[in-house]
Ligand binder design. Structure first.
Ligand SMILES: N[C@@H](CCC(=O)N[C@@H](CS)C(=O)NCC(=O)O)C(=O)O
Length: 245
């Protein structure tokens, strides 16, 4: 039987929220196309993405979205909830799937807060037009929100870790672990000074991220041109003035 084919639609120049989906598809070895990064001749480009967003009926509000056959699924956590059981990235039990989705929605909440650090006033304005507010926002984010979110995930992983065994979000490996890797990578890029002081505090999160990084398909992906570098158009942005001094 032929493997299922998936089409991912996301902004072509950034990791952004699309990266949570890319990591899952890559780790699963899924047969997928990153459509907006393909040429027009290949049926790709941004036009192909916009066309689906303007389609009649239940069109996605925003990227990322995934096409599987005739079905188009949007919202990062929802995409992962849909695709994970199909590619073996979540245990089969309902309890595990509901908890995976719960955790992924918490990561989505965190992603929204990450975005609001550099865009506290409006997404339509440049960072340079909201620098004063961003500076204020960043301090609260670094001092209150990172500890609250990472502290929550750290406790979860600590509870699931065994002697010499890395803790996973659900006890067993799942797509949530891939997303936690991305959160740690993103924060390390965004706030290097803040994060380098947290190695011991979030030891389980760092251990999990280190383990994910070594998964053969993830290691191959990270070393490939498919993994876009972090940049200042994406979700996790490095503005040195927003980091701890
Ligand atoms: N809750 C959605 C958020 C989607 C979202 O904000 N997408 C961004 C790119 S990462 C976008 O293009 N937003 C356009 C807009 O909000 O107007 C998700 O998790 O997928």
């Amino acid at each position: 039987m032929a493997r299922d084919k998936y089409d991912l639609f996301y902004w072509p120049g950034i990791q952004g929220r699309g990266e949570f989906v890319r990591l899952a598809l890559e780790d699963a070895g899924a047969d997928y196309r990153d459509v907006a990064r393909l040429s027009k001749a290949e049926g790709g480009g941004m036009e192909a993405m916009f066309a689906l967003m303007k389609a009649p009926g239940l069109a996605p509000f925003a990227p990322p979205f995934l096409r599987h056959g005739k079905l188009v699924v949007a919202q990062t956590a929802n995409i992962l909830q849909y695709v994970a059981p199909r590619v073996g990235l979540v245990p089969a039990a309902e309890r595990a799937r509901v908890h995976a989705h719960q955790l992924q929605l918490t990561i989505a909440d965190f992603a929204a807060e990450v975005h609001d650090v550099h865009h506290p006033i409006a997404s339509s304005l440049y960072y340079e037009d909201q620098k004063i507010e961003a500076h204020r926002k960043a301090r609260h984010f670094r001092e209150e929100r990172i500890p609250k979110y990472l502290g929550y995930f750290e406790r979860l992983l600590a509870g699931n870790a065994g002697k010499g065994r890395v803790g996973h979000a659900l006890g067993k490996f799942s797509y949530v672990d891939l997303s936690l890797f991305q959160v740690m990578a993103g924060l390390g890029y965004m706030f290097p000074r803040t994060m380098q002081r947290t190695r011991r505090k979030y030891a389980h999160l760092y251990a999990l991220a280190g383990k994910v990084e070594l998964r053969p398909r993830i290691a191959a992906y990270l070393a490939s041109p498919r993994r876009l570098p972090f940049n200042e158009q994406g979700l996790f942005r490095h503005y040195p003035e927003l980091d701890a001094q």
